[in-house]
Design a protein around this ligand. Structure first.
Ligand code: PA5
Length: 457
């Protein structure tokens, strides 16, 4: 098997190799914080050796539940938010045929996989209920805390619908809970109702949980080869355990982005050239945004899908404020090729491309764009991924997780907490009248009333 490589040639106008390698001392310190589990948030380092410590029996349980669901139901609803859905959605979108949710199960062999409970839009959930009419479905509700409002509300709706459709007893066999081993409302409900459940290890935080049943169960239902994915992650675990920056691309990436940040590059754009990777980008955005954006610090993680977004964001990237850098995910070998045909009229003047694969055009677009952006003052790094398959995605996931832990420690923040997320929850709870938030409600209503209605135009 090949491995993922990091090409940093388009970085050297902005940071030199000497500057990057001079970070070795800091990297050594942070490596020890991670591996000796002595740094901030050290209760949440379970993801570090998760790939090599997978529980074979649990994987079998996941596979066999998934297999039976593939036979039994038309639709599989995955309910979760943040780290409890993004990884699964990212991997499933990346590895499934683009239109698998529009094809009949007889063709794909897997149920339609639909995500819910990752927002509070009533129309989306109404439409989903409508879509489910006449279809058989199962639910996987995922919440580590077991108390998150968005998935809890969605679960209420779809659980009720399922019970109405098939009766309470049968519904119990079509509901799967992924949650903490012993605590939280979802654990209690799951034990009470007797749902089959999967455990999220206590020492693995939400955004680092894609290689636990949080991600693995939905992936298995989607027919993704878990063995390959885990093997890729195990390889990543070995590769990125290396201290030496010259040999460890994950640490190199972390050190380089730390230097870029110090030099005023405050925004990182994760770029892909394949629409199927859009949600891997969303997963990455959460991983880095929630892990690093604290104490008034942190690179702002953004994503772009090229060449699509070159026609919307390309102008800003080429010519806007020079505070950005790019990390490009380059999939070296496409799953499919399409040869461009010769056209008898050649009115579009594209016959010079006849016989070429459209993927070649994509690759040249990528090279040309990276050079143009470099010229315009946007340095980049490129992650060269040999192929888009479960093995390399497993390795890529581990690459980003390891680099994220290193990067946040280099920045001097705790990668594993998210105190800022509580602020919106507190206000939302107060405004919806949740018991226990009466004081906050009074304060909020007062400040809302003093803001006045006269500030509307
Ligand atoms: O990374 C995190 O911890 C968060 O993004 C959580 O994954 C998210 O808030 C969902 O939490 P829970 O799984 O407890 O419902």
């Amino acid at each position: 098997m090949e491995k993922i490589h990091l090409d940093y040639s388009h970085l050297l106008k902005d940071v030199s190799e000497e500057e990057i390698f001079a970070k070795q001392g800091e990297v050594d310190t942070c490596h020890s914080l991670l591996h000796k589990k002595s740094g901030a948030g050290n209760d949440y380092l379970g993801w570090l050796d998760l790939p090599s410590c997978m529980n074979g029996r649990e994987i079998q349980e996941i596979e066999s539940a998934a297999q039976s669901l593939r036979e039994k139901v038309d639709v599989f609803i995955v309910i979760g938010i943040g780290g409890s859905y993004l990884g699964a959605k990212g991997v499933i979108d990346a590895l499934s045929p683009a239109f698998s949710n529009s094809l009949p199960k007889s063709k794909t062999g897997v149920p339609h996989i639909i995500f819910a409970g990752h927002h509070l839009d009533s129309t989306y959930h109404y439409d989903l209920m409508d879509y489910l009419k006449g279809k058989s479905f199962a639910i996987n509700v995922i919440s580590k805390s077991g108390t998150t409002t968005e998935p809890a509300l969605a679960f209420r709706m779809f659980k009720t619908l399922l019970e109405e459709n098939v009766g309470k007893e049968k519904a119990k066999r079509l509901i799967f809970a992924t949650t903490d081993r012993s605590k939280g409302a979802l654990r209690n409900l799951s034990d009470l109702e007797g749902y089959q459940s999967f455990v999220i290890p206590g020492d693995v935080g939400g955004r680092f949980s894609v290689l636990t049943p949080v991600g693995l169960f939905p992936m298995a239902v989607a027919g993704i080869d878990l063995g390959q994915m885990i093997q890729g992650a195990v390889e990543g675990q070995k590769l990125y355990e290396e201290r030496d920056l010259k040999k460890n691309p994950a640490y190199f990436y972390a050190a380089a982005r730390n230097l870029l940040y110090q030099k005023g590059k405050k925004i990182e754009v994760l770029v892909n050239y394949i629409p199927a990777l859009q949600y891997m980008g969303e997963w990455w955005k959460q991983l880095y945004g929630e892990s690093e954006g604290k104490d008034k610090r942190g690179i702002f993680p953004a994503t772009c899908n090229f060449t699509t977004d070159l026609h919307s964001m390309g102008q800003w990237i080429q010519d806007g404020e020079r505070t950005i850098f790019e990390t490009i995910i380059h999939i070296e070998k496409s799953r499919h090729t399409i040869q461009i045909e010769k056209d008898s009229t050649n009115l579009d003047k594209l016959n010079f491309l006849a016989g070429k694969d459209i993927g070649d055009v994509n690759r040249q677009a990528m090279k040309g764009t990276a050079l143009a952006h470099l010229e315009g003052g946007v340095p980049s790094m490129t992650l060269k991924v040999p192929e888009l398959n479960a093995y390399y995605l497993g390795q890529l996931i581990y690459f980003f997780e390891k680099a994220c832990g290193m990067s946040a420690y280099l920045l001097g923040v705790n990668p594993f907490d998210q105190p800022g997320v509580e602020a919106y929850k507190k206000n939302m709870f107060a405004l919806i009248g949740k018991p226990g938030f009466e004081e906050e409600r009074k304060t909020l209503l007062k400040s809302l009333s003093t803001m006045g209605d006269d500030k509307i135009i």
